[in-house]
Design a protein around this ligand. Sequence first.
Ligand SMILES: [Zn+2]
Length: 449
Amino acid sequence: MILRIGILFFLCTLLACSSPPVASTKGQVSKSPQPKTSPTKSITNNHHILLLGLDGIGFKTFKKMQEGGYFRSFRPVAPMVASFPSISDPNWAKIMRTPLEVSFTKEHFDRELREGKGEMKGGLMDHVFHPPGYESYFDYRPEGALQHLASMTYSETSGLYWLDALEKKLLEETKKKIFTAFIVNTDFIAHTKGEMGILHYLRELDRKIIQLRERFFKNFGEKLEVVLVSDHGNVFLKPKAVDVDKVLQEDSWKLGEELKSDGDVVMVVPEILSFAPFFSRKGQEAKLAKSLSRVEGVHVALYLTGPFQVDFLAQNGRSHTRAQFDFKKSTVSYHVLKGEDPFQQIQYFKNGALNLNKYFQETLNDEYPNAIVRGFEGLTQNSLQKPSVLVSPLLGYVFSNKTLELITKILGLESVHGSFQREESQGIFVSTDRDLPPVYPGIVLDYIN
Ligand SMILES: [Zn+2]
């Protein structure tokens, strides 16, 4: 994201970009898979709902606002625990139940190309000219290249302006019972202006929501419930870069952009994020994960060891744990094969396999909430192109490169997300009218539709 901001900043200063997003004609949300639980649905009243998607607003930050006296018109906030990685594309696609993106980020490695040697695809401008599919399922969203540019570069100004435009649109849409809107600016504000920047924006948002609901009632005599949902959190710190080169060299891996032989590795780092996907030839995953677990700043390296089985390596390969899933029974079991459990969750499995929903509830406020399930999802169901090994770093570390670091020095980087860590993982789920429970992305719409 920071890379985008850096380069696009120069483009955007040449352009005047301030027209508000237009409303979508689609608006229909596609039904699809797998809610693992069936929550109580409670929308029976004859009122209207505005579902407002805010990118990257952390549970901790929002809770701080509520404790400080803001968002009093809302019920207490609950966490929306992101799948892994804790980044936008896979999580919004799951929240909105839209088709998966090719990869976690626009720039990605397509291992199917060139007879299995693979090729790097996508790039910077795709973020602007080919926005992810889930955006089009929101009734109201940034449209076109200029508005995406505005969101990234003039994030606070355009974010507030668009709230006004949204209100105008909503007051025209009298027939719609459920109206969905997406504001991407909040994540940019968190990254570039830090927690103070995001608190300032949220104060304005609170004020505008109160005003919007009053005007809605005045105009139509009907109630407007506002539900806020966010795809992941942000942890506010100055990160250090993970350097994989030295260890990969020592272990005779060749880091590059194609997979010609068993020793080849591809790492995809298009943005400064606290996770990274790695690609190797088939059969090399365990060896690669072991090397990656030796890298300073790495928390866990994970890879599939069966269709429903994921292994986690940590602490220089001294720690090895394994999770097995039984989706017919909706259970997960977890075993320490060697060393310590990197998630400190083995105590929940004293009596054997655990119901997936119980595991979610038990680990909700742990340092790594729902990590075992999210790790499996990251390897199997969050993108079309599946990585060989996924890596989640320790708190405070990110994956990066020299160009990204240079841009960051110039523009500043105040927050990161991507890993299993709690603050990075927990977005928000909160309503003006109902106590909403903690959720994972796949069940958010169960509380709206
Ligand atoms: Zn996001």
